[in-house]
Design a protein around this ligand. Sequence first.
Ligand SMILES: NC(=O)c1ccc[n+]([C@@H]2O[C@H](COP(=O)([O-])OP(=O)(O)OC[C@H]3O[C@@H](n4cnc5c(N)ncnc54)[C@H](O)[C@@H]3O)[C@@H](O)[C@H]2O)c1
Length: 333
Amino acid sequence: MNVSVIGGGAWGTTLAQALADNGNDVLIRDINPNFVDKINNLHLHPFFDKEIPSSIKATLDLKMAVNFSNVLVLCVPTKAMRNVLTEIATLVNDKKIFINVSKGIEPNTSKRVSEIVDEVIPQNYLEGYVVLSGPSHAEEMILRKITSLVAASKSNDLATKVQNLFSNEKYLRVYTSSDVIGVECGGALKNAIAIVSGISSGLGLGENARAMLITRGIKEIVAIVVTLGGEMETAYGLSGIGDLIVTASSMNSRNFQCGLKIGQGMSIEEALGSSVQTVEGIRAIEAGYEIAVKNNLELPIICTAHELVAGKLTVKEALHKLMTRSLKNEKYW
Ligand SMILES: NC(=O)c1ccc[n+]([C@@H]2O[C@H](COP(=O)([O-])OP(=O)(O)OC[C@H]3O[C@@H](n4cnc5c(N)ncnc54)[C@H](O)[C@@H]3O)[C@@H](O)[C@H]2O)c1
């Protein structure tokens, strides 16, 4: 079948390869002419310079990508999502399936991508929405290393359709879920904890501290997921703790790397500026903090990280604040 991938960066082009491996015709749309040229003429992944199937085509033309298929895979940074969807809404003239693979929360509104799609795409053009997320470094999947994802949708039929579209027996195994909120929150908030984990490594703390942050971090993600109406089980699954494990301990994660640089003394602006790729975690920290305040949740890691990001605490003061909290039973935050 034809599939359009909107956003041909590290992850979008990697997913395009999986779709092509599974026998689909893929058209990528990106705004970067160098990427489009590299995909069309050199058949190379724009970031990893790895050969990709020559059947994958790319275009700068959003209209062409929208007309190419009734399946649109959304893979642009979350901060660009509303603009891209607004443009799509002016071009669409039949029903589309929207598959979101971006992991973030919208700046200013703190909305999830499913909420943005609902607001921007007219219902008569919305066949359905699926979020596809899980522990997945593009750097590994482009080499066809074994990866698992979760496809979550309110429609079981659509989740199953996306499961079958992406799964193959060689390297990609997709599970279904009905918990859109849980999968979206897990994918976004693990980037917040990954930044904190990177900071702890940058400070020279060890693996003991990292294990504490991952374990106590997932507890905070669970609190947010459940508060927003998702399921605890989802947060403890692939798209929650699975993605947190892969992100919070890996140099392949740009969120972890961003935190590492902050821990080593760089300012947040310098750390963000040094990454050519999308870093969603700072925004996730802010969104997590807003959700905590609004719902009266005690989330010490996310809220302390927010004070750090807001410039109210230094890294050392943030660490001191976390270590001097009153001692408590593990079941409490
Ligand atoms: N890289 C990974 O391993 C990975 C894995 C899973 C999910 N994700 C998520 O996927 C999303 C994209 O990540 P990525 O790694 O591909 O990032 P990236 O920075 O490599 O690619 C983003 C792409 O979006 C395009 N883009 C940027 N602004 C745009 C705009 N306004 N309109 C249209 N296109 C625009 C860019 O040209 C770029 O090609 C993020 O939310 C990320 O968290 C990434």
